[in-house]
Design a protein around this ligand. Structure first.
Ligand code: NAP
Length: 277
């Protein structure tokens, strides 16, 4: 296989112009003086198979996958790591030396690393409330379960999605809470995570009454556009520690960059500012 001197990687999505990944990986390539390039790769669903299959021949080290390819790419990978299998999505392909495609998922790592680096949260602190059961919530649920959370309360509008999530990720100690009971579910919790799309630019706000939540509980919104969501503003107003969603995006990129380019990059204040600018 021809893997040229210059390491090639990129992000496949449809559309992909909005992705912050080229800026993020581009920052590290320059900062760490790596001979590499990270490209924005618009790939329509019909072309996914051909484009992914062509990666080894083109000398790519790998790619990130974003909407709508994270699930569809799974059968195209020769090897899938256990986390990707449980989450049911691949966000990173690594082209191995022999040209085989390895599918991994770094979103669970990104979520938990962001939480740990930006708060004093520990799994032993108590119950965690997760709002949402979509793609991102699956990664959060796996991360919290693997971190040792004993009481994971998953709140979602559609109950079937939570049952599927719990069954297919094989997470333990999780229970379903109906959408109507979300306010009371906060009682005694040590962590609240919003993994719904509510609060995101162009979407309605998340309607969540924080009265039952201890003021020591960490509130994490994985929505990062806007950075300060109405949920984080309400939590800050009552002195709860808060963690925003941009860090998850930055940390999920660390293992991918390392796998492709052989150097482990750091998430720094400068990187955050560069990606936001
Ligand atoms: P998704 O698969 O479409 O899931 C959306 C979730 O939001 C579902 O649980 C859905 O509930 C819920 N929801 C949507 N509208 C609702 C409403 N009106 N009332 C109640 N619940 C509602 O989306 P996703 O990919 O998981 O992404 C979710 C959010 O996470 C997005 O804002 C995305 O930007 C963000 N995200 C952030 C990162 C990061 O790195 N920080 C990474 C990935 C995603 P139902 O199941 O009932 O439909």
């Amino acid at each position: 296989m021809n893997r040229g001197e210059t390491g090639l990687a990129g992000v496949m999505g449809w559309p992909v112009a909005h992705s912050k990944s080229p800026r993020l990986h581009g920052f590290w390539l320059q900062q760490l003086n790596v001979d590499g390039a990270y490209l924005s790769l618009p790939v329509s669903p019909e072309k996914l198979l051909d484009k992914v299959a062509g990666l080894p021949a083109l000398g790519f080290r790998g790619v990130n996958l974003t909407i709508p390819h994270k699930e569809a790419v799974m059968p195209l990978c020769e090897n899938l790591d256990e986390t990707a299998r449980r989450i049911g999505a691949v966000n990173t392909i690594v082209v191995e030396e022999d040209g085989a495609l390895q599918g991994i998922n770094t979103d669970a790592f990104g979520f938990i690393e962001n939480l740990r680096q930006n708060s004093s949260w520990t799994a032993a602190a108590g119950a965690a409330v997760l709002l949402g059961a979509g793609g991102a919530a699956r990664a959060v649920a796996v991360a919290l379960s693997d971190a040792g959370v004993r009481d994971l309360r998953i709140v979602n509008r559609t109950s079937e999605r939570v049952q599927t999530l719990i069954g297919s990720t094989a997470i333990k100690n999780a229970s379903f809470v109906s959408w109507d009971e979300r306010h009371q579910a906060l009682d005694g919790a040590a962590l609240v995570v919003n993994a719904t799309s509510l609060g995101m630019q162009g979407n309605p706000s998340l309607d969540l009454n924080l009265d039952a939540l201890p003021t020591t509980a960490v509130v994490n919104d994985i929505v990062y556009a806007p950075l300060q969501t109405p949920l984080l503003a309400a939590a800050t107003a009552r002195s709860n520690p808060v963690v925003d969603g941009l860090g998850m995006l930055l940390y999920q990129a660390v293992p991918s960059f390392e796998a492709w380019f052989g150097v482990r990059p750091d998430v720094t204040k400068e990187l955050r500012e560069f990606v936001l600018a």
